[in-house]
Design a protein around this ligand. Sequence first.
Ligand code: KG4
Ligand code: ZN
Length: 336
Amino acid sequence: MVVLGIETSCDETGIALYDTSAGILAHNLHSQIKTHQQFGGVVPELASRDHLRHLVPLLRQTLQDAGMEQDGIDAVAWTAGPGLAGALLTGATFGKTLAVSLGIPGIAVHHLEAHILAAMLDNPSLAFPFTVLLVSGGHTQLLQAKAFGKYELLGDTLDDAVGEAFDKTAKLMGMPYPGGPEIAALADRTPVSNLPPFPRPMITREGLDFSFSGLKTHVLHVWQKSAMDDAMRAAIAREFQDAVVETLTARCKKALIASRSARLVVAGGVGANRALRASLAQVLQEQGGEVFFPRIEYCTDNGAMVAFAGALRIAHGMMETDLAINVRPRWPLDEL
Ligand code: KG4
Ligand code: ZN
């Protein structure tokens, strides 16, 4: 069975074709970074319009890359939430209309579940239950994935998401949006800094929640009292990344112990961070457990994870049956 996946929840248009026996046949992404960069962040209305412009050409391109015609598609999956309302509506309307007009099943997919399941695309041995560190532009959560569709929230951020903290840190130092990859690249090129270590937020606090606003304020103070030059940008990037990686690693260790789990899945855009991947790989190796990451291109938003999540939903008999087009901009994962 071939499932078409459509991702339009934020600032990337993603289209993919997933074959339940052959895997991903083709996938394409259009990033809107250039559209939003001049505004320093995503402008929702521009995002929706840009998705509209790219959905059809991307579908055509993806069918061509897979050497397929439209009638070879057996089901359509789209991201129905969480995300920007207008952006979600473009993909949901396109997806559902296509499914109805082709007379094939349509599946509404939860964006965060798709991020989590993306780790299975390259790791077919990964089986439930497992612990999840979900780190994206909008979320920083620890979850226990008990079974397909059953995700229990263990810890959440009390303020900024970690990707957001990366982006804001970059912005206040005059670096372009999105700042995560920029800060990470700069940090990786900076072997040491002579700054005193930054705070490790909540590391000793009870429970499994996160908080990154204090770290952000610390960065602001250090930056404003400095020469605000390239050397300071590099030193801050390094110290900031070290603080974030150590905090996330300590919280993951605690979550694994609390849930008696030996398997950790890292999901979401910040999962592309190489220092974080290395740190978690080391911890899981020391503990005799296993860590699973999606490949880098499937960490940030993409259509492949949506097609794959849709295929698993079909396998579990969870298709859309009505003709209404519904999106849920706010949609907690434990309400699936
Ligand atoms: O999952 P994602 O593509 O979109 C959301 O659903 O939010 O995550 C995007 C976030 C952005 O905040 C971006 O700066 C961050 O992931 N990000 C990174 C890296 N690559 C992307 N943060 C740190 N290091 C990276 N290498
Ligand atoms: Zn995402």
